[in-house]
Design a protein. Structure first.
Lengths: 119, 862
C-alpha cells in the first residue's frame, strides 16, 4: 500500500517537469529510455525515480512534437537499443523551459524562504 | 510507419530496456533470477505501459476509434454473460421500436402531391351542434368556389360500384369527383387523362379513371385498358385514365367517376354530403385563406337559417390524411419508447454494478496517464458497441413484429403495404442503437470521470459503493417502475375495453347469423319499388335454404361505420330550434328483422309484411328513444316525424335498445333508434341476415349463388358472421390491445429484473452489516423487514409517480377505448396491485437470502 502511495506522489511531482528533465538529459548526447531513467536517478541522487509508464509516453509524445528524433543503435554494451536525440527544435524548447523553470523556482524559493527570514 | 511496425518497435524498445536493467543488476552481483524479477517489478505492467505509450502516437481519429472498438470488443468477450443479457434486453427494446417505426414511416410518408402544403380540406364546423369536420352542401361548395381563395376547389363523395368481370361481379369502392378535384391535387395520370368539365354531363358517354391498385388487380396492368369499356353498375364506362401508384387515397377508393350534383340538392343547404378539397390560389397563405373563408361563412350563416352558427376550417390535406393514424401511432411509439427507456435503466444499473468492480482497472489507467477524456470515450465506445450489437440482433424480433402487425391487414392505415424493413427503417435502427448506447454509456463514463485515483488504489479488496451510486440505482428503479405502471395501465384499459366489448350484451343475439351485403346500382334499380322488390325476392328465396330459421334485411347493421340519421320531430309539438333537434338513427328493415336479431318486443307489435308502401306510415322505436322523448307515457299510438316535409309516422311498437358501436358512442354517446318498414323507406344497399341452426358460414356458397341467380350484376360483399363482426371490433383496437399488452409484459419483466437486481446487490453489499445486526440480537424477521422495506419504498415511489403519469397520459387512449373510462379506477387499482405484488416478490428472494447470513461468516469476509 505504502509503496503505491509514494509512487503516486512521485508521479504528481514529475507532472509537467518530466518533459524538461528528459530534454535536459539528452543535452549531453543521445540516450535510450533505460539510460535516461538511470541518468535522472543518479543526477538527482536517487530522489527522482521516473516510471516507465510515464517515461515512454513522454518520449513518444516529444518525438511526435518534433523535439526528439530516434534511431536504433548498438549500445556500449553491444546491445541494440533505441536512442533518442535532441532536435534543434528540441534545443530551443529546452532553452525556453529552462528559463521558465529558473524563473519559477526562484519565485517559489523567495516565497518559501524570504530574505528577511534568512537574516 | 504502419501501426503494426510501430507496435513491434515499441515492444522491442521495452524488451531492450528490460535486458539492460537485468544486465545492470547482474553486474551489481544479483543472480539472474533475482535480477529478472526485480527488473520486471520495477518496469511495472508492460501491457499498460504499452497501451498508454501507444496513446501518444497521435493517430488519426479513425484509427483510435478502431483501437477503442477492439478494446471494447475484448471487454465484451471477456464478460460473455453480461454481454448476452444486455444484448438480449436491447434487442427487445430496439426491435419493438424498429417495428413501430416501420409502420410510422409507411403511414406518415409525405403525400406525392406538388406543393402539398397548399392543398387543404375545407370543412364545416358548428361547435353548438357538435359538428367537427362536417361535409358541405352543394350551395356551400358553389359559394366557396366563388370566394377567390382557391385556384381550384373540387368536391368528392365516396361510394361503391359494382364492377362486372368476365365471370362475376365485384363490389369495389370508388369516389365521385368534380374535375376540379384533379386540378387541385395536380398529379399527372400515369396513363391517359383526368376528368374534363364535359365528362359525366347528360348525353355524353360515361367515363371512369382507375387507380393503380385496381389496374393491377383486375386488369393485369394492361396499358390498352385506356380507351376500352368496362361495365360499372350495369352501364358501360370508358376508361380514360390510370392514376400513378403514389396518388393520394381519400377513402380506400379503387376507381373514380365524375360527380354530378343531384338536381334536388342544388338549392338545399341542409343536405351535406360532399367533402371539399382545394388548392390555395398562389400568393394566399393558409392563415389569410382561413380568415377570408371564415368571413365568408359568417356572412352565409347570417343569410341562411340552414347555415346558422356555422364556421369553416381549412385543414392541410397532409394532416387530414394521417389524422386517424396519428393517435394510434403516437401511443404505440410512446409505449415502445418507454420499453426502451426501461431497458436502458436496467442496463445502466448493470453497468453501475460492473463499474464498481472495474474501479481498480480504471484507477490504474488514470494513474498511468490515460486521460479521463480518453477513458470516458473508451467506455462510451464499449457501450455503443454493445448497443449496436443489440440493434443488429433486434432485426430478428422486429421482423417478427412487422409480420405480426401486417397480419392485421389494417386497410384503414395508409400505405399499409409499405410496412417493411426498408433502408430508412434500418437507418433508424442504427441511429437508435447508437443513441441508446450513448444514453446508458453515460453512466460508466460518468463513473470513470469521477473516479478518485488514490482512493480507489488505497481501498481494501472489499469494494465500498458510495451512497451516491446507491441513490442513482434507486432512481433508475423508481423510473422503471413508474414507466412500467403507465404501460400496464394503458394495456389494462385496452384489455378491459376489449373484454367488455366481447362480453357485453349487445341487445341482440349475434350467434349463428350470416350477414351478406348487396348494393344495388342506382342505374339498374333507379325506382325505389324495384329495390324493395329485389330484396324481398332474395329474402323469400333464402328462407327455403336448408337450416335457415329467419331471413331479413337491414340497411345498416348495428355498429357499422355507415349510418343514416334523421332529426326527430313531433307533429303534436311546436317546431324546435335547429340546434335543439335530436338525432336518431334510422333503419329500414324487412319484416322479420327483429325475430332474426332476437331483439325483444317491449310494447305494441313488430313491423310485419302488412306494412307495405300503401299502408299507414308506421315506425318502431327503441326503449331509449321512448324514455327520452315520451318519459312516463305509453308511446304506442303516438306519432313522430323524420323530416319537416315527411308525413307523420305512427309508432306501433317499442323494442329493446341495441349496441350502436364505437362510432356513434364517440360522436354522440347514445342516440335513439327508429325502425321503418323497408317498403315505406326503400334503400338501395342492404345487408341480408340469415339466422341458422348450424354454422352460418356453411351457407355462404348457396347465398352467393342465390343472389347471382336473381341478378348477375349485383355482387355480394362483406360476407361474414355477425359474431365475427362483433368479436373483431376494430382492427386498430385489436392491434393496439395486443401490442400494448406485449409491451407492458416486457416492461413488467424488465422492471422485475431491475428491482431484483438492485435489492440483491444491496443485500450483497450489506452482508457484513446484517451479520453485525444479527450478532447483536436482531431477529431474521427484522433483517427481512429491513430489506423488504427498501424494495417497497422504491416500488412505492415508482408507483406514485407512475399513477400521476398514467392519469395524464391515458387520456390519449380514450379514442381507442370503448365502454371504459380512461381513468377507470378498477384498472388503475388492479394494475397497481399487480405491480406491487410483483415488486414484493422480486424483493422477497434477496430478503430471504439476507436472513441466511451467518454472523461469523459475514464478519470474517472483511
Amino acid at each position: 500500500m505504502a509503496t503505491k502511495d509514494r509512487y503516486l506522489n512521485r508521479i504528481e511531482l514529475l507532472q509537467g517537469t518530466l518533459d524538461m528533465l528528459i530534454l535536459k538529459t539528452l543535452q549531453w548526447g543521445p540516450q535510450h529510455g533505460y539510460g535516461i531513467i538511470q541518468a535522472i536517478r543518479v543526477t538527482s541522487s536517487d530522489v527522482l525515480q521516473v516510471e516507465t509508464g510515464s517515461l515512454y509516453p513522454a518520449l513518444h509524445r516529444l518525438e511526435r512534437q518534433g523535439w526528439l528524433s530516434s534511431e536504433w543503435k548498438q549500445s556500449d554494451s553491444n546491445q541494440r537499443a533505441k536512442y533518442y536525440r535532441l532536435t534543434s527544435a528540441g534545443k530551443k524548447q529546452l532553452a525556453s523551459e529552462q528559463a521558465r523553470w529558473t524563473q519559477l523556482s526562484s519565485a517559489i524559493a523567495s516565497i518559501m524562504s524570504p530574505e528577511g527570514e534568512a537574516s | 510507419m504502419t501501426r503494426n511496425r510501430r507496435d513491434r518497435d515499441l515492444q522491442e524498445e521495452m524488451d531492450a530496456h528490460l535486458r539492460m536493467a537485468i544486465r545492470d543488476r547482474m553486474e551489481r552481483g544479483q543472480s539472474q533470477a533475482a535480477a529478472t524479477s526485480a527488473a520486471l517489478a520495477e518496469f511495472g505492467n508492460r501491457l499498460l505501459v504499452r497501451e498508454v505509450t501507444r496513446d501518444m502516437w497521435g493517430w488519426a481519429t479513425l484509427e483510435r476509434l478502431l483501437q477503442d472498438c477492439r478494446y471494447g470488443a475484448r471487454m465484451l468477450r471477456k464478460n460473455l454473460g453480461f454481454t448476452t443479457v444486455v444484448v438480449l434486453t436491447l434487442a427487445l427494446g430496439i426491435g419493438a421500436n424498429t417495428a413501430i417505426y416501420s409502420v410510422m414511416q409507411a403511414a406518415l410518408a409525405p403525400l406525392a402531391i406538388p406543393e402539398a402544403g397548399r392543398v387543404v380540406m375545407v370543412w364545416t364546423e358548428n361547435a353548438k351542434r357538435d359538428w367537427h369536420q362536417f361535409p358541405a352542401s352543394v350551395p356551400d361548395y358553389v359559394d366557396w368556389k366563388a370566394s377567390g381563395v382557391f385556384s381550384s376547389l373540387g368536391a368528392l363523395s365516396d361510394g361503391g360500384f359494382n364492377l362486372r368481370m368476365a365471370d362475376r361481379t365485384d363490389r369495389i369502392s370508388g369516389l365521385n369527383v368534380t374535375p376540379e378535384f384533379f386540378a387541385a391535387i395536380a398529379v399527372q395520370p400515369h396513363l391517359g387523362r383526368v376528368f374534363r368539365a364535359e365528362d359525366g354531363q347528360p348525353g355524353r358517354s360515361q367515363v371512369a379513371i382507375l387507380t393503380d391498385g385496381l389496374w393491377h388487380s383486375r386488369f393485369h396492368a394492361d396499358p390498352s385498358v385506356v380507351g376500352s369499356s368496362i361495365v360499372l353498375d350495369g352501364v358501360p364506362h370508358t376508361v380514360v385514365g390510370v392514376l400513378p401508384k403514389t396518388f393520394p387515397v381519400f377513402a380506400q377508393e379503387e376507381i373514380y367517376a365524375p360527380l354530378l350534383f343531384p338536381a334536388d340538392m342544388a338549392e338545399n343547404r341542409g343536405s351535406r354530403f360532399f367533402q371539399v378539397v382545394g388548392r390555395l390560389r398562389p400568393g394566399i397563405p393558409l392563415a389569410s385563406a382561413q380568415q377570408r373563408m371564415a368571413a365568408l361563412e359568417r356572412r352565409l350563416s347570417m343569410q341562411y337559417t340552414d347555415d346558422a352558427g356555422h364556421s369553416v376550417a381549412l385543414q392541410p390535406v397532409e394532416e387530414a390524411s394521417v389524422e386517424d393514424e396519428r393517435a394510434l401511432l403516437g401511443i404505440l411509439f410512446g409505449a415502445v419508447g418507454f420499453v426502451l427507456l426501461i431497458a436502458c435503466a436496467n442496463i445502466a444499473n448493470l453497468l453501475l454494478a460492473r463499474g464498481t468492480a472495474r474501479r481498480k482497472e480504471m484507477a490504474l489507467r488514470v494513474a498511468l496517464g490515460v486521460g479521463r477524456w480518453r477513458l470516458c470515450r473508451q467506455l462510451l465506445t464499449e457501450s455503443v458497441l454493445l448497443a449496436l450489437l443489440g440493434g443488429l440482433v433486434a432485426i430478428a424480433p422486429s421482423l417478427a413484429a412487422i409480420r405480426f402487425i401486417t397480419s392485421f391487414h389494417l386497410d384503414e392505415l395508409r400505405n399499409s403495404d409499405l410496412i417493411a424493413l426498408s433502408p430508412g427503417v434500418l437507418v433508424f435502427n442504427l441511429a437508435l442503437s447508437f443513441a441508446t448506447g450513448i444514453l446508458f454509456g453515460l453512466v460508466p463514463a460518468w463513473q470513470a470521470w469521477k473516479i478518485d485515483v488514490s482512493g480507489a488504489m488505497k481501498e481494501a479488496s472489499r469494494s465500498n459503493t458510495g451512497g451516491r451510486h446507491q441513490r442513482l440505482r434507486g432512481l433508475f428503479v423508481i423510473s422503471e417502475v413508474a414507466l412500467t405502471l403507465i404501460l400496464l395501465v394503458g394495456a389494462g384499459l385496452m384489455l378491459r375495453s376489449f373484454a367488455r366489448l366481447r362480453s357485453a350484451n349487445p341487445g341482440y343475439d349475434p350467434h349463428n347469423v350470416l350477414t351478406v351485403r348487396v348494393a344495388l346500382s342506382d342505374q339498374q334499380y333507379a325506382a325505389p319499388e324495384t329495390q324493395t322488390a329485389f330484396f324481398e325476392r332474395v329474402v323469400r328465396e333464402a328462407r327455403s335454404l336448408p337450416g335457415v330459421l329467419n331471413v331479413s334485411a337491414v340497411d345498416d347493421l348495428p355498429g357499422s361505420d355507415n349510418l343514416h340519421g334523421s332529426a326527430l320531430r313531433f307533429p303534436d309539438r311546436p317546431e324546435p330550434h335547429t340546434e335543439d333537434l335530436r338525432m336518431v338513427l334510422r333503419n329500414s328493415v324487412t319484416g322479420d328483422y327483429f325475430a332474426t336479431m332476437r331483439i325483444p318486443l317491449l310494447r305494441g307489435r313488430y313491423l310485419n309484411e302488412r306494412d307495405v308502401q300503401s299502408a299507414v306510415p308506421v315506425a318502431v322505436i327503441d326503449e331509449w328513444t321512448a324514455k327520452q322523448n315520451w318519459p312516463g307515457q305509453d308511446v304506442v299510438g303516438k306519432s313522430l316525424k323524420l323530416g319537416v316535409k315527411l308525413p307523420p309516422r305512427q309508432i306501433v311498437g317499442v323494442v329493446g335498445s341495441v349496441d350502436q358501436g364505437i362510432l356513434v358512442k364517440l360522436l354522440k354517446g347514445q342516440v335513439g333508434q327508429v325502425y321503418l318498414p323497408a317498403p315505406q323507406a326503400p334503400m338501395p344497399a342492404m345487408t341480408l341476415l340469415l339466422r341458422t341452426i348450424m354454422d352460418p358460414a356453411a351457407l355462404i356458397p348457396a347465398m352467393r349463388k342465390l343472389v347471382r341467380n336473381v341478378d348477375i350484376d349485383q355482387p355480394v360483399f362483406q360476407v361474414q358472421t355477425l359474431e365475427s363482426i362483433r368479436a373483431a371490433g376494430r382492427a386498430y383496437q385489436r392491434l393496439a390491445t395486443s401490442l400494448l399488452g406485449s409491451f407492458a409484459a416486457v416492461a413488467l419483466l424488465l422492471a422485475t429484473i431491475g428491482i431484483y437486481g438492485v435489492i440483491a446487490y444491496n443485500v450483497g453489499q450489506r452482508t457484513r452489516e446484517f451479520g453485525i445486526r444479527m450478532s447483536l440480537g436482531a431477529q431474521r424477521l427484522d433483517v427481512m423487514r429491513l430489506v423488504v422495506r427498501q424494495g417497497l419504498v422504491l416500488a412505492g415511489a415508482g408507483i406514485a409517480i407512475g399513477l400521476a403519469g398514467a392519469l395524464a397520459l391515458t387520456r390519449l387512449l380514450s379514442r381507442l377505448l370503448d365502454r371504459v373510462n380512461a381513468t377507470d379506477p378498477l384498472t388503475f387499482a388492479g394494475v397497481t396491485g399487480l405491480l406491487a405484488v410483483v415488486a414484493l416478490a422480486a424483493t422477497f428472494l434477496p430478503a430471504w437470502r439476507a436472513t441466511r447470513v451467518e454472523p461469523v461468516t459475514a464478519l470474517r469476509c472483511e
